[in-house]
Design a protein around this ligand. Structure first.
Ligand code: HEC
Ligand code: HEC
Length: 830
């Protein structure tokens, strides 16, 4: 899990953040009343502070956000005060100003995760809850958000401990073939390992992960994270054997079953690793940076979220186990139980698979009833990734008593979000509901930020990606919530009786007992979700400046991709100044010993760093347009070996004195090339490219959809926004375009016949392959893709999509599969 928490920190150098990194949560709407000692309402003890008033606003914010929450006898305050006498007295009760002075060295407001008090809790030092570290981190974040202004919002960049070389890292092959002939052969062997007895969706036990699935591509997709390419013995496959998990007997009885199974499994994993082909060496002249794992990165500021009135919060950082902790710090904790088919995702989140759900018990769910009734208003906020746009009446999150009765419910219905709220003017199910307009297709199968609010005067609002999409517009549906039921349960991803499964990923869920204003919604959208890192790529070898780095902001975007954004050049030697011009041109991102074959949005970078534009604190941004304005830019890079094992580096066409001229054929180009390099906006360039690439993949002439494209979709692209806005709105347009192409393809019997042949009713594996196979083949050929997206994972996913479709119309199914394949994020970001 939190393998990044204990980053070693050396001498520090501050570099203030710029562009989209600056949080806009400075004026958070926090009640700000220095001098009036508020009563601690989160502790059962009801600890009241009677000492001298806070000397300044920062002290007061410390008190409101940290002291009030931790000073009680049932928390850290049970020991760390002057009465109990346990040093340090960071929660002393006699003088808040002295407590403040004591706590300052124990907190890091720019990176709360690195605070000493968070780390002690992480080590389970006298914690009151297994989630204490996350809860304390949230308190420190709230304090930082309340007092750190955007200009002070600095991040500390430190030199990496190790300057890693690119080396020849192996990468998992795209095709399942090698897995099939090695590890898969063993785990499906019913005479020996026989893992297939449980680890297959078609076995009665149906135990995830399905690495022994009857469909090898599905099996391989599940197996990828269980293999450690650098060390066979630390692979989960082998470690489980060491733990004695369902080991089998040595036929010669020479070794114990555990020792024998470890030996056999290790041999299978080594055989798999040894047969992976090494990547090709780089050309001698190509300038290359040092390499970094995500875990080498500097933790970026994660503050900026407005959580003043949060009463239940799920950040899903745990990464394993059957509980998702409520880290709001508001008692009682409303922890969620996960059914066995709920999977953790590495980027913080849970994926609801196979009719699973996450649910609170009714006793702790009552907190929602009690706290919301106090105010009569509330907001439900979530970062979600719907798995598809074909599910109907699927419950994303609901406070429910059964399929026809609830206090509130946020649903997906195809392309719409639906918001059900029980009040004196609704029925017991919270209907009629408020929906996003179907024609707008606001809901997309990509990462989205959704906020649904209710207040007794104005009624309801629905926001998606920071934008107000729907509202009641009158008070008809507003009113009191007096008839709310206190015996209901909070359920995520399903109905309490499993009748309305929602397939998708939740990366954050927050319930507030106030309405989030439009401003707050936007602030929380801008704050993003998940941990962000700065990866520092050393380039001193190529430039005449010490400790020179090209730095990227990187975050894990979803299970399949990393988001790289906002590169800049900086020297970590504060006194260094560029002595001449440092040209930086044609930057490409490499992963596991190879340049990523797609997603090279920064290949068009052409900047010059010089004494004139260099700022020792912030460096020089590398994505400036002709008028030297920094443009928002992000690109998705596919996950290959997994978050822990993927090793990144950069290559350049020119940096400082080093340069390399690329042979023309090595640049992947779209099938029907139009001259794209010249266009300034990365977003637009991507999109034109996508437009042509989709035509090539589907064989549908682009003229057939050009009207839709030119009149609607192209214009809907923002030119400069945050990376999230950029990607989400782009993804929405991409999906609509894919849908148009696929409808044309499937509807045209000549084109479809040539493309798919015949595919029957998609009941058998071969009928499905008749649809999925040609789609994947065309994509691979036409996108210049070598290793991504992973066809095995895509195949498994598309099969799952067919499984879950409720429609009987085969053509509708084929269009849906085609659209999902064509619009998948990693596929289209070139
Ligand atoms: C039962 C009493 C008790 C409680 C409750 C308690 N501590 Fe401590 N704490 C100690 C003792 C004893 C020490 C000194 C020995 C040590 O460092 O473990 C200490 C030391 C510390 C230190 C200073 C040493 C260092 O490592 O920097 C910090 C910080 C700290 N505790 C944080 C916390 C936090 C955060 C909580 C709440 C999760 C907490 N403590 C709850 C007893 C307690
Ligand atoms: C009798 C049923 C059964 C059989 C047979 C079985 N497993 Fe499991 N496996 C489980 C269950 C239950 C879990 C989830 C609970 C747990 O982690 O122990 C699991 C979880 C796992 C996990 C995921 C959790 C983790 O720690 O990474 C792996 C990997 C795994 N098993 C490997 C194997 C291998 C390899 C075999 C064949 C040698 C095997 N299992 C055979 C029941 C089984």
């Amino acid at each position: 899990m939190k393998y990044l928490k204990n980053l070693p920190f050396g001498p520090l150098l501050a570099a203030s953040l710029f562009t989209t990194l600056v949080s806009c949560g400075g004026d958070s709407g926090q009640e700000n009343s220095p001098g009036i000692p508020p009563v601690n309402d989160n502790s059962d003890e009801g600890l009241v502070y009677n000492g001298p008033v806070a000397e300044n606003d920062d002290v007061q914010q410390f008190k409101l956000n940290v002291w009030d929450n931790l000073a009680g006898d049932d928390r850290c305050g049970g020991c760390h005060n002057e009465i109990e006498g346990q040093e340090p007295f960071f929660l002393r009760r006699d003088d808040i100003n002295l407590a403040y002075e004591t706590i300052l060295p124990l907190v890091d407001k720019t990176a709360p995760v690195l605070s000493r008090i968070v780390q002690r809790a992480e080590e389970d030092h006298n914690v009151w809850s297994p989630a204490a570290a996350d809860i304390i981190q949230n308190y420190v974040e709230a304090w930082a958000t309340a007092t750190v202004s955007a200009s002070q919002n600095t991040i500390v960049l430190t030199e990496p401990d190790i300057l890693r070389t690119v080396g020849d890292t192996k990468q998992l092959p795209a095709s399942p073939d090698l897995y099939e002939s090695t590890i898969y052969a063993l785990v499906t062997n019913t005479e020996t390992a026989n893992c297939v007895e449980c680890h297959s969706e078609s076995s009665p036990a149906r135990q995830q992960p399905y690495f022994a699935s009857a469909v090898p591509s599905t099996a391989y997709a599940a197996a990828r994270t269980l293999i450690d390419l650098n060390n066979a013995s630390s692979s989960r496959f082998v470690r489980r054997m060491t733990e004695g998990h369902n080991v089998w007997a040595d036929p010669t009885a020479a070794a114990t079953p555990t020792a024998y199974s470890v030996q056999e499994m290790t041999a299978a994993v080594i055989s798999f690793i040894d047969q992976i082909e090494d990547s090709e060496p780089f050309p001698e002249a190509l300038p290359i940076s040092t390499a970094q794992y995500i875990s080498d990165g500097v933790v970026a500021n994660s503050g900026g979220r407005i959580e003043t009135d949060v009463i239940a919060l799920y950040e899903f950082k745990e990464g394993s186990g059957s509980t998702a902790f409520d880290t709001s710090g508001v008692d009682p904790a409303l922890d969620l139980n996960l059914t066995p088919t709920v999977a953790w995702v590495g980027s913080w989140g849970i994926r609801i698979e196979d009719n699973g759900k996450a649910f609170g018990d009714t006793a702790s769910s009552k907190k929602l009833h009690d706290r919301i009734k106090e105010t009569g208003e509330y907001s439900v906020e979530a970062w979600v990734i719907p798995a598809n746009v074909v599910q109907e009446q699927a419950r994303i999150v609901t406070y429910t008593g059964g399929r026809d009765v609830r206090n509130f419910g946020l649903n997906q219905n195809l392309y719409d979000y639906d918001w059900m709220t029980r009040s004196e003017n609704s029925d017991a199910n919270g209907e009629p509901m408020l929906s996003t307009p179907s024609a707008d297709e606001v809901l997309q199968a990509t990462l989205q930020h959704v906020v649904a609010t209710y207040d007794p005067i104005e009624g309801r609002r629905l926001y998606v990606n920071g934008e107000l999409i729907s509202e009641d517009g009158n008070g008809d549906m507003a009113g009191s919530i007096n008839d709310w039921n206190s015996t209901f349960a909070l359920v995520v991803g399903n109905e309490i009786d499993n009748a309305s499964w929602w397939e998708g990923t939740v990366r954050l869920l927050a319930i507030h007992n106030r309405v989030l204003t439009e401003e707050h919604v936007l602030a929380n959208f801008d704050a993003g979700v998940g941990q962000k890192y700065f990866l520092l790529f050393n380039v001193s070898e190529h430039v005449d400046m010490p400790k020179a780095y090209v730095v990227f902001q990187v975050e894990v975007f979803d299970d399949y991709s990393y988001l790289f954004s906002s590169p800049f050049f900086i020297s970590l030697d504060r006194d260094a100044v560029p002595t001449g011009n440092i040209p930086i041109k044609g930057l490409r991102i490499g992963i596991n010993g190879k340049e990523s074959p797609v997603s090279q949005a920064f290949a068009s970078i052409d900047e010059v760093v010089s004494a004139a534009n260099y700022d020792a604190a912030t460096g020089v941004p590398l994505t400036m347009d002709a008028s030297d304005t920094v443009t928002a830019s992000g690109t998705l890079i596919g996950v290959q070996n997994g978050q822990i094992d993927d090793l990144f580096f950069l290559t350049f066409e020119q940096i400082g004195n080093a340069s390399y001229t690329r042979p023309v054929e090595s640049t992947p180009s779209p099938a029907d090339p139009i001259d794209l390099e010249q266009q300034p906006e990365i977003g637009v360039r991507l999109f034109d490219e996508v437009f042509e690439t989709m035509s090539a993949i589907t064989t549908v002439p682009s003229a057939r959809v050009s009207e839709l494209y030119n009149n609607e979709l192209r214009r809907s692209l923002p030119s400069a926004e945050t990376a999230y806005g950029f990607l989400s709105s782009q993804q929405s347009a991409v999906t609509q375009l894919a849908l148009a192409y696929c409808t044309e393809l499937v509807g045209d019997s000549t084109l479809a016949g040539a493309y798919f042949g015949s595919y029957g009713a998609l009941n058998s594996a071969s009928e499905r392959e008749a649809v999925i196979g040609p789609l994947l083949d065309h994509m691979l050929v036409n996108s210049g893709l070598e290793t991504q997206p992973d066809p095995a994972a895509m195949r498994a996913e598309l099969n799952g999509l067919i499984d879950n479709m409720t429609t009987n119309q085969t053509s509708t199914k084929v269009i849906a599969v085609c659209t999902a394949a064509l619009a998948s994020a990693t596929m289209l970001m070139q």
